[in-house]
Design a protein around this ligand. Structure first.
Ligand SMILES: Cc1ncc(COP(=O)(O)O)c(C=O)c1O
Length: 418
């Protein structure tokens, strides 16, 4: 067994075994899980942490040392999150949310409350997931930055729109990495441009933080990422949870979306005083296990090393693209010659087949789990497939635990699909 295979095997052991048997048209087959862009399987370490703390759950609302300890884990988790994304430990806060969608809605409301009197504009892009488009669209005048024919973001168009709407642009909201083509956006270059025009930047990190080291507060403040969010269920931590990170000052100057117990320091019939952030954004009972799972996953990623993860994922991406490129019936979206800064994701169609026909065939006959359709990025997929008979894509989204033999199975399946 060679060293690369050893590394791939040890990475595979980090997550729970997802290759369970399932009955299909061709009898029992092993699952091959290629839908990590939607949700990742939990890490073994995360499952252990949840098992360890679940029995403690009955103490949550009690006046006991165990309740205090759980609360301290919840609070400590914020530090783990901030360290992981290179936030400022003093001035930035990490708010626990349900998922990325909720995080972006909270932020949209915060930005709105700060700027609504100034006829504000938010610039976002054609590359976004709807969760980083609709929360802006329903509150602000929203301007979209175009993509180039190969699907990459047009930096020229971004600069043009920043100039065109100068003074009114309060925020640039951009995805860290596309959930369709896998392109990683140059977030620090975008930050520099946004700041130059007096706007802040929000990065949707749902597809970024599990694949790349992120540093919000770089040495040069001009390149800082002001706000960032991500989803725990996409970083190997189930128990639905997400995070929104940004400067405490900005959150203290606004109000949350939800109101309820736990967010107040004082409440009577005639006077209400809210706690400072993040507590004012977390009314009601908290998702303690979600928070514990999130920090545990981040610590495991740290221990494993992002460079080992990236190396394995880069190998899978290059291997997958080279295999699928050999099939004349497969149309791959995005520049297949550009693998440099892409997360391990391949979106494609098979000539003459709908994306659903392809995905059903792969699942029913080969146990391959993919995603198909507009996959949450309606505007982007419509751009990529414009003028063709296809109205969606099939997406294979990989993670560090996937292996080359799984891509061999995909390539073999597609060769036999006429
Ligand atoms: C880029 C991107 N942003 C946001 C989301 C929304 O994440 P969630 O469903 O966890 O809110 C997704 C989900 O796939 C995504 O891919």
């Amino acid at each position: 067994m060679n060293k690369n295979q050893d590394t791939a095997d040890s990475l595979r052991n980090l997550t729970v075994d997802i290759a369970s048997l399932m009955p299909t048209n061709n009898g029992n087959l092993f699952n091959i899980y290629f839908d990590n862009g939607a949700t990742t399987p939990p890490m073994e370490s995360v499952v252990k942490a949840i098992e360890e703390y679940t029995p403690w759950y009955k103490y949550v609302a009690t006046n006991s040392l165990k309740a205090d300890f759980l609360s301290s884990l919840y609070e400590r988790g914020r530090k783990t999150i901030k360290r992981f994304v290179g936030a400022n430990l003093e001035n930035d806060i990490a708010i626990y949310t349900k998922n990325s969608t909720e995080a972006i809605n909270i932020l949209s409301n915060v930005i709105w409350m700060r700027h609504y009197k100034q006829n504000p504009v938010v610039i976002t892009t054609y590359m976004e997931h709807l969760s980083d488009y609709l929360p802006w669209k329903f509150r602000f005048e929203t301007i979209l930055v175009d993509v180039l024919p190969d699907g990459r973001l047009s930096m020229q168009d971004l600069e043009h729109k920043l100039w065109q709407y100068r003074q009114r642009v309060k925020l640039v909201a951009v995805t860290g990495a596309s959930n369709v083509t896998g392109y990683v956006n140059p977030i620090h270059d975008i930050a520099r441009l946004a700041h130059q025009y007096g706007a802040e930047i929000f990065v949707d990190g749902a597809q970024l933080v599990q694949h790349r080291t992120v540093c919000m507060r770089t040495a040069d403040p001009a390149e800082h990422i002001d706000y960032l969010s991500f989803s725990s269920h996409k970083i190997y931590a189930p128990a639905f949870s997400g995070v929104l990170i940004g400067p405490q000052k900005a959150f203290d100057a606004a109000l949350p979306l939800y109101f309820g117990a736990g967010m107040e320091t004082f409440a009577t019939d005639y006077e209400i005083k809210l706690k400072k952030s993040p507590a004012r954004y977390e009314g009601g009972s908290n998702n303690l296990l979600g928070a514990i799972a999130t920090s545990c996953a981040l610590l495991t990623i740290d221990q494993t090393g992002m460079s080992a993860i990236r190396k394995q994922e880069q190998d899978l991406l290059a291997y997958g693209i080279s295999l699928l490129s050999q099939n004349p019936n497969v149309i791959i979206y995005g520049d297949t010659g550009y693998l440099e800064d892409r997360i391990p994701m391949i979106s494609f169609n098979v000539q003459g087949k709908t994306c659903k026909e392809t995905a059903d065939y792969l699942y029913d006959n080969y146990g391959l789990i993919t995603k198909n359709g507009l996959i949450g990025s309606n505007l982007y997929v419509q751009k990529l497939t414009e003028g063709t008979p296809y109205d969606g894509v099939v997406r294979v989204s990989m993670a560090f635990f996937n292996q080359r033999f799984e891509l061999d199975r995909l390539a073999e399946a597609l060769m036999g699909f006429q």
